[in-house]
Write a protein that binds this ligand. Structure first.
Ligand code: CP3
Length: 343
């Protein structure tokens, strides 16, 4: 089957597909017992990301179990800082730890010299998954958006409101731009190599896009993501690009109107009826089922899933969550969600 006859790619190309294709953000992960078993033997999360055989297996696990319409490469957004020379570790149960970069001197230590050497195993994962993909399913590659990746690089960990990254971005925008430009270059290279290895669509995760004032969102979220997308499309004009600027709410229609953006991921706080009116004319809409409701289950699970499908049925739509699936989510709830969406 060629890419364009796959439901996910058709929806990304602007077709109304009924029922909508479905995949879930973070679908490969700890809610799956088969993931937990493989992670156990891999010895650490980053080891798993850099082990092409195991990472390919983990990428395909959710498709085997649930028959999703897409696989998303198993990796992490923080492999880019790691490939640029920053120290990155994941402690079990604690999330990521990085040696924080807070000034121009620390920034000058980073370099693209070992980029592809460091990311090589991930390209091999993409090749392996592409060769083993179930018929009809599409392979999505991904990267973090420069702003979101920068927040981890500057804070050194997850944080509630990113005081150091924001202070740098708002207080010394030209200095912060140096970091963002480096991330634009590295991320573009990374995504181009994923496409070369067999990725059929790309998603750019901007998880923390919602914490910036509009002028800084324009400069550090929208402009860098558009630039990456434009450069990828200069080499691969037909590769669809999904942006997920989480929390960007009222900035979304303008963001979606950029010609290089094919689809927008909407979080659970966006009204799907509003998205049908304001975003679907510009881009395919993906989202926005609340992952907490997937965890909770009950009658509301079917009711709210159908409500989203109906709200977005007039244009191109990909069913997904409004953010990543939670590790405690019961497998039966995922099965019920898929059944509700596929009717
Ligand atoms: O199935 C998939 O979606 C593919 C793999 C994927 C992972 N991370 C694997 C992962 C993807 C697409 C990501 C993206 C990612 N990583 C984002 C953006 C999306 C989002 O959820 O907002 C961000 C912000 C990160 C950074 C990150 N990675 C954090 C903050 C953490 C710790 C919190 C947590 O969920 O554990 C991770 C770890 C991580 N990335 C895990 C997985 C499966 C858990 C690691 C483990 O097995 O212990």
């Amino acid at each position: 089957m060629n890419s364009s006859s796959k439901p996910l790619i058709a929806a990304l190309n602007g077709d109304r597909v009924g029922p909508p294709p479905i995949w879930l953000m973070r679908q490969a992960g700890r809610y799956l017992p088969e993931y937990r078993a493989l992670r156990e033997v891999a010895g650490g999360f980053l080891n798993l990301c850099y082990d092409p055989e195991k990472a390919a297996e983990v990428t395909l696990q959710p498709l085997r179990r649930f028959g999703f319409d897409a696989a998303i490469l198993f990796s992490d957004i923080l492999v880019i800082p790691h490939a640029l020379g920053q120290k990155v570790t994941f402690e079990a149960g604690e999330g990521p730890r990085l040696d924080p970069i807070r000034d121009g001197a620390a920034l000058a230590e980073l370099s693209m010299n070992n980029l592809h050497q460091s990311l090589g195993p991930i390209y091999e994962t993409v090749e392996r998954v592409a060769a083993d993909l179930p018929a009809g399913a599409a392979l999505i590659g991904f990267a973090g958006a420069p702003w979101t990746v920068a927040t981890y690089m500057v804070e050194g960990s997850s944080s509630r409101d990113y005081p150091n990254a924001k202070a740098w971005a708002l207080g010394n925008p030209d200095g912060f731009q140096v970091l963002v430009d480096l991330l634009v270059d590295a991320t573009t290279e990374y995504l181009l190599h994923q496409v070369k290895a067999g990725a059929e669509a790309l998603q750019i995760f901007d998880t923390w896009a919602g914490v910036l004032p509009k002028y800084a969102f324009d400069r550090f979220c929208a402009a860098p993501v558009w630039k990456i997308a434009r450069r990828v499309k200069a080499a691969y004009p037909d590769i669809p690009i999904i942006a997920f600027p989480r929390g960007a709410s009222l900035y979304l229609p303008e963001f979606a109107a950029a010609p290089e953006i094919d689809a927008i991921g909407i979080d659970y706080a966006v009204d799907p009826i509003w998205a049908a009116r304001e975003i679907q004319p510009h881009a395919t809409v993906q989202g926005n089922f609340d992952p907490i409701l997937l965890l909770a289950g009950g009658d509301q699970l079917e009711r709210r899933a159908v409500e989203i499908v109906e709200a977005l049925a007039g244009g191109p739509h990909i069913f997904n969550l409004g953010h990543g699936i939670l590790p405690q989510t019961p497998l039966e709830h995922v099965e019920r969600l898929i059944k509700a969406v596929r009717g």
